[in-house]
Design a protein around this ligand. Structure first.
Ligand SMILES: Nc1nc2c(ncn2[C@@H]2O[C@H](COP(=O)(O)OP(=O)(O)O)[C@@H](O)[C@H]2O)c(=O)[nH]1
Ligand SMILES: [Mg+2]
Length: 243
């Protein structure tokens, strides 16, 4: 059994009710993929659930983080762990089944022609979000328009976390130097990929709001995501550019 060509990185915080189902769905849609769950010491025991699954599936791994909780650092650590296993592609996705594994085939197919594929809620002039309260939908649509206007990124879904990276592209954006803590990570990594001149494609997904567990979205996370585009613009001279 060689190392998996696809590694899936899943950050978790209190996803005990979702993670087993997600891994089962992943196995149905991506039987060969490696799966790395990066848990931020969830009080609900998420990591223990994954360890139990990992005992019977050698391609499932859990990274337990301790101390300072950070969505961005969790995803970055998971990605670096995945890259060290020499995959061709690294997929990032949420644990709450909002990002359904049924789309992984679409992401990987598109990845033949791209360096970064975004599973997009907002491609093609449509809003493909199910079961979100109107307030959350307005926030997200506004946030994406805001980020696009400031950064000029030619992407409709700049804040989503369902993405497939070609390993070379993910290596090139220098994950250890990412400064975000929360979901601004999505904007920062996308911006770096764009500035490096990588080919970015969006494929449509239907995003369904979680039905178990709670969202970790917070005012602090929103504030960081609002400031980050300006910081990216100010710092762009220091970024290596292939374009
Ligand atoms: N490791 C880690 N994962 C997190 C953290 N915050 C959120 N997550 C995970 O990131 C994903 C998206 O979070 P979620 O709360 O669903 O955000 P929302 O979909 O924007 O409401 C889920 O898998 C969460 O468990 C964190 O601080 N650390
Ligand atoms: Mg969610």
């Amino acid at each position: 059994m060689g190392a998996p060509a696809v590694q899936v990185v899943i950050p978790t915080y209190n996803e005990r009710e979702n993670i087993a189902r997600l891994i089962a769905e992943l196995r149905a849609h991506a039987p060969e993929a490696g799966i790395v769950v990066v848990d931020d010491d969830s009080p609900d025991g998420t990591a223990a659930v994954v360890e139990e699954i990992a005992a019977a599936d050698a391609r499932v791994h859990v990274l337990r983080r301790q101390g300072h909780r950070s969505f961005a650092r969790s995803v970055a650590e998971g990605m670096l762990w995945a890259l060290a296993r020499g995959p061709q592609f690294v997929i990032q996705m949420d644990a709450d089944l909002s990002h359904h594994p049924r789309y992984i085939g679409d992401l990987l197919r598109a990845a033949n022609e791209a360096d970064l594929v975004i599973g997009s809620r907002y491609v093609g002039g449509r809003v493909n979000v199910v079961h979100w309260p109107l307030s959350r939908l307005i926030l997200s649509v506004f946030a994406n328009a805001y980020v696009r206007t400031i950064t000029r990124l030619p992407v409709f879904d700049t804040t989503g976390g369902f993405r497939c990276w070609r390993a070379e592209a993910l290596r090139a954006i220098d994950l250890p130097s990412i400064r975000s803590e929360g979901y601004a990570f999505q904007i920062e990594t996308l911006y770096r990929a764009y500035r490096c001149g990588f080919r970015i494609i969006e494929v449509p997904i239907i995003f369904t709001e979680r039905n178990a567990g709670a969202s970790k979205m917070s005012t602090r996370i929103i504030a960081e995501a609002a400031i980050r585009p300006w910081l990216l613009l100010m710092g762009r001279g220091s970024l290596r550019s292939r374009a």
